[in-house]
Design a protein around this ligand. Structure first.
Ligand SMILES: Cc1ncc(COP(=O)(O)O)c(C=O)c1O
Length: 386
């Protein structure tokens, strides 16, 4: 029989993260700093709003774009936080997480062979999704010396006549980097100069520890050439509810909604009702969670630096991204040996792109005490390997 799987799908390797979870799943005493999701349960009022919706029998589809009241609340939320205006009727779409929103954005804009510039290290789905949508990812390396921020000059060097878009994600997974307003503005000017679209994944927008998040679409002139992606998974500890959104000018949104309509119909109804509650009453919980993440961040980053695992200060999301050079091991071997010898799960930086090689990602959305214990185990490990 012939191989029925499309060539472009075959070219994409499975995520480098999974392998470690499979090993970790066979161990009893593992501390996982591997998975990138909040350890908090969704705050109670949000949970209850979802349950109440089900009890009212709200089990049907919603409109393709999502519940209008939710889109109105989201529009107010984005205006309040970032001063950017989106029309709830024509410029907002509720999706199955940012994952779906990203798929829609790329599928809506790419012709075969169109290039998308993707700074790395980055979220594992970015380059595969460009390939799935028929495009070609052009990756550029960000470096610890630049605090893992991409610069306009680096982007400009990667441009060709085929470049259609730039895909950025700040606060960044896996580095925890945030982007300065100045850097963002320069990238905006570059996008204007070369008539590029910017897809800005801002799923960690509320998880910023030092200074305020800069929303790319809110920069002068950028709203019209940005697809803003955001969601509820990280900010409100709602990964399993599967809800995100896309905000974009009407012509782009119509195209994305068309794909959404034929592939998904509508985002989960219960999750949408819960998300409305999150936007209306969730602020206090976000702030409490951010304060707790910040406490853990300081413990973890301080501890890593003490062990000689040099870690630049992550200012957003919930990841630390230290260099493992001191161990003399490469990041893959470091992660595997640490898991086997000390039962601490981390993810090799190269899973997020070549420029992540030599680093590992540790997620601090894990209890404070567990982070302390993980550091003790890593100290033992570094005594043997340092
Ligand atoms: C940068 C980034 N974007 C998107 C996602 C996917 O999020 P969602 O749960 O909204 O699909 C993740 C999840 O880890 C992420 O880290």
């Amino acid at each position: 029989m012939r191989n029925f799987v499309a060539h472009r799908i075959q070219t994409v390797p499975p995520s480098g993260i999974r392998r470690f979870f499979d090993i970790a799943a066979t161990m009893k005493n593992v501390i996982s700093l591997g998975i990138g999701e909040p350890d908090f349960v969704t705050p109670e009022p949000i949970l209850k709003a979802g349950i109440a919706s089900l009890n009212r029998g709200e089990t049907a589809y919603t409109s393709n774009s999502g519940i209008l009241e939710l889109r109105r609340a989201l529009s107010r939320h984005l205006k309040r936080l970032y001063g950017v205006d989106y029309d709830p009727e024509t410029e907002l779409l509720m999706t199955v997480g940012v994952s779906e929103a990203l798929y829609l954005a790329l599928t809506a804009i790419l012709e075969p062979g169109d290039e998308v510039v993707v700074p790395q290290p980055c979220f594992v789905a970015y380059t595969p999704e460009v390939v799935f949508a028929g495009g070609t990812p052009v990756t550029i390396a960000t470096r610890v010396e630049d605090n893992f921020q991409v610069t306009a000059e680096e982007v400009e060097r990667a441009l060709t006549p085929k470049t259609k878009a730039l895909l950025i994600g700040y606060p960044n997974n896996p580095t925890g980097a945030v982007m300065s307003r100045e850097n963002m503005a320069q990238i905006g000017q570059l996008a204007e100069k070369h008539d590029l679209l910017v897809i800005s994944d801002e799923i960690y927008d509320r998880l910023v520890y030092d200074g305020a998040h800069v929303c790319f679409a809110a920069l002068p002139g950028m709203r019209e050439r940005t697809i803003l992606l955001g969601g509820f998974s990280k900010d409100y500890a709602m990964t399993g509810w599967r809800l995100g959104y896309a905000a974009a000018p009407p012509d782009l949104l119509v195209a994305m909604r068309k794909i959404h309509q034929y592939t998904i119909m509508s985002a989960p109804t219960t999750a949408q009702v819960a998300a409305l509650e999150a936007l209306e009453t969730g602020e206090k919980f976000v702030q409490d969670m951010v304060a707790e993440y910040d406490r853990r961040r300081k413990l973890l980053v301080g501890g890593l630096n003490t062990l000689g695992l040099d870690c630049f200060e992550p200012k957003g999301a919930f990841y630390a991204f230290p260099s493992v050079a001191k161990s003399g091991l490469d990041d893959d071997v470091f992660a595997e040996t640490l898991l086997k010898e000390e039962e601490v799960a981390v993810v090799p930086g190269s899973a997020f792109g070549e420029s992540g090689r030599g680093f590992v990602r540790l997620c601090y959305a894990t209890a404070y005490e567990k982070i302390g214990e993980a550091l003790n185990r890593m100290e033992r490990f570094m005594r043997r390997h340092g």
